[in-house]
Ligand binder design. Structure first.
Ligand SMILES: NC(=O)c1ccc[n+]([C@@H]2O[C@H](COP(=O)([O-])OP(=O)(O)OC[C@H]3O[C@@H](n4cnc5c(N)ncnc54)[C@H](OP(=O)(O)O)[C@@H]3O)[C@@H](O)[C@H]2O)c1
Length: 325
């Protein structure tokens, strides 16, 4: 099979594509023929060896896929060969085939094709849990979304709007804010050129009820300062590269709540919340919700596709189409 390869840690531009032996599923595992694989920001971090979980060299990057079941390992009774499935792994998805634990597979929400199915779960589940499970966002509340034109950001704007929240999108250019406005954002802040805290207060009156932060850096504190009394701040990621340090007196003065969310472990720690999120997301997909896929590349473009994500040049999701070679 053909697969992307990382042979030295570093920038994603060093990735190559190679021919490897077809993998075989072991006990409890399933072989999936990958139709499409989404690029997620953590893929860039894993290739650079800057992710919280290291991947030993050499390896095939790629953490999210959609495809069909190709073979079952010993002891595995289903899903039957040919079933459409999606899943998330630490590495291995940027390949024509991937072996995963049978229990980790999920069905594809009705209405999503392979490209959109590959781009759906990680960002949409992260956005849903951040907004609802963790921040407890409800209809009518003002929600700030940082990095609003990115993968997690577009998903948060989309879901938040559909659930009746009033979303303030924050991104690095007017062009990127337009992407968020098209998804329903009620207001936008160019956080490179404008004062984020002041604009949040201007748009929301007393300050926002909650903020979702997949970016970090200096934007985190400004967004926290833009919250009203009792506001909720959810730290989700650090695309900026800098993990922010927040003065705790800001939390004390306005009785704020600061929490985190992590998709890798949520199934283990909050199975009921996961079931609820899956039901709501499936309903929203039936009502027409789709991830914003801005670019689809063949596997041969893997280095360029990840470089674009690393260098902040993409909006929504970038997907590799394994059917295109
Ligand atoms: N906690 C979880 O479970 C979870 C799940 C998925 C992702 N994440 C994390 O969330 C973050 C965002 O992921 P994503 O998939 O949404 O990524 P993405 O699609 O690349 O979006 C990240 C956004 O961050 C902004 N940004 C600001 N400074 C940046 C910089 N120096 N380099 C790159 N982007 C920068 C960019 O928007 P502007 O140019 O408009 O500022 C970009 O749109 C990542 O850190 C990822 O690891 C966490």
């Amino acid at each position: 099979m053909r697969a992307a390869r990382c042979t030295t840690y570093g920038p994603p531009g060093d990735l190559t594509v190679a021919h490897l032996d077809d993998p075989e599923p072991g006990p409890g595992e399933v072989l999936v023929r990958v139709h499409a694989a989404a690029v997620n920001f953590p893929d860039v971090l894993i290739v650079a060896n800057r992710y919280q979980v290291p991947a030993p060299l050499p390896f095939t990057p790629g953490s999210e896929f959609a495809g069909t079941v190709a073979a079952l390992g010993p002891g595995v009774t289903g899903p039957p060969v040919g079933t459409p499935v999606a899943g998330a792994v630490l590495t291995g998805a940027f390949a024509e085939q991937v072996v995963v634990p049978a229990a980790s597979l999920r069905g594809i929400p009705e209405g999503l094709d392979m490209v959109h199915a590959a781009a759906f779960h990680v960002t949409y589940a992260t956005a849903y849990h951040s907004l609802v499970t963790v921040a407890g966002g409800t209809e009518g509340e003002w929600a700030v979304v940082l990095g609003a034109a990115g993968g997690v950001g577009t998903a948060a704007v989309d879901i938040g709007t559909r659930l009746g929240l009033r979303v303030i999108a924050a991104a690095s250019s007017e062009e990127r804010l337009t992407v968020a406005r098209k998804l329903g954002a009620a207001g936008g802040v160019d956080y490179v050129r404008e004062d984020l805290k002041a604009r949040i207060r201007e748009l929301s009156g007393e300050g926002a009820h909650l903020a979702i932060d997949p970016v970090g850096g200096r934007y985190a504190e400004a967004a926290l300062r833009g919250l009203r009394r009792g506001g909720r701040f959810v730290t989700v990621g650090y695309a900026d590269g800098e993990i922010p340090r927040i003065p705790l007196n800001l939390v004390l003065l306005k009785d704020l709540v600061v929490r985190g969310f992590e998709i890798r472990t949520v199934r283990q720690y909050a199975p009921d919340a996961v079931a609820e999120a899956d039901r709501t997301l499936a309903r929203l997909v039936r009502e027409g919700m789709r991830p914003l896929v801005s670019r689809v590349h063949p596997l041969d473009d893997v280095a360029a596709a990840l470089t674009d994500v690393a260098e902040r040049r993409t909006t929504g999701k970038v997907v590799l189409d394994l059917e295109r070679g």
